[in-house]
Design a protein around this ligand. Sequence first.
Ligand code: FAD
Length: 343
Amino acid sequence: MDKIRIAVIGAGVVGLSTAICIAESIPGCSVTVIAEKFSPHTTSDVAAGILSPHFSPETPVDRQKRWFEDTFAHIFSIAQSAEAPVIGVQFLSGWEIFKEPPKERIPFWADSVLAFRIMNDSDLKRFPQVTFGWTYTTLLCECTYYLPWLEKRLKNAGGQLQAGKITDFWELDGKYDIIVNCSGIGARALTGDMKIYPVRGQIFKVHAPWLKHFVRLGNENTYIYPGISSVTLGGTRQKDDWQMSVDPCDSKAIFEACCAYEPSLKLARTLFEGVGLRPTRAVLRLEKEKLERDGRLMQLVHNYGHGGAGVSFHWGTAKEAAQLVQECAMELRCRPIHNKCKL
Ligand SMILES: Cc1cc2nc3c(=O)[nH]c(=O)nc-3n(C[C@H](O)[C@H](O)[C@H](O)COP(=O)(O)OP(=O)(O)OC[C@H]3O[C@@H](n4cnc5c(N)ncnc54)[C@H](O)[C@@H]3O)c2cc1C
């Protein structure tokens, strides 16, 4: 029987991880990633990359927990390997602090990270501006390192990468048997799904190698995440804002907010400033869809809408998307492939 031809649209952290999970788990298929932009030009490249699942309350907690724990386990095993710094992965400890205590004093992911505890009075001396906090150890996965490694891993599994913008899924009709849509914010134009919208995030990367712990203002936008060769300072959360250029007013506000919690940042040298659009949707879309046109059917699997948690959830959602592709492939194997007749 011919190979089942699978196209994955998108080469961010979601598309590449999904393509790998498909290529490594489904025998007898070919996988091609088609994307307008590759690393270092995706939204994923702008992400700080902290594994911390602050997502939508509308997505069932058990699904969020499973996606996070699958991702944590995958990145944890990389962190334990000799290649970890080359892949952009490291353990990171720090403080998530709140001016007012949050409604849920213990988040659902408290037992999914390491060494989680509520900060005591002695811990809080470090941050006189706040009244409450959590301290824990999690993982940082920097996509500017991680995505090129995923690309290599995909090629080793027989996958291919192809540059190109898809404006209509039917452009792929006849060339592929299953289409997997991991187009991030691009899904809005590609699918016409108006439930997905951008939440603009602006960040700095600075040289401050003396910083070793993360600081994150819970329920606010300010964060400081030390990475392998730079520290990410953020940020903004601007709903429905498509502006991709750096805004100097945002830069000033971000820098001042971060310096309020870590004054030594005044000595840091700026390496990069950037903007990304978080592909935000009340409920992440992870499901199969069949399209029909002129009596022809197209098998689609959607995996988009990860908002501000795409790095935190990517491996878990990739595994689930690969399972849906497997179901589509089984259906195709029982029926004529290459879309000659109705499925
Ligand atoms: C400032 C900022 C900080 C963040 N920090 C974190 C963090 O610390 N932790 C965390 O978990 N998450 C974080 N996020 C969120 C995270 O970056 C996103 O959830 C994640 O990158 C989404 O990945 P993606 O692969 O879906 O999208 P993207 O990375 O945007 O990839 C989409 C891909 O689809 C392609 N594409 C789109 N449309 C088309 C088309 N029509 N044809 C062909 N190709 C197409 C694009 O070219 C690209 O290759 C942050 C985001 C921002 C902006």
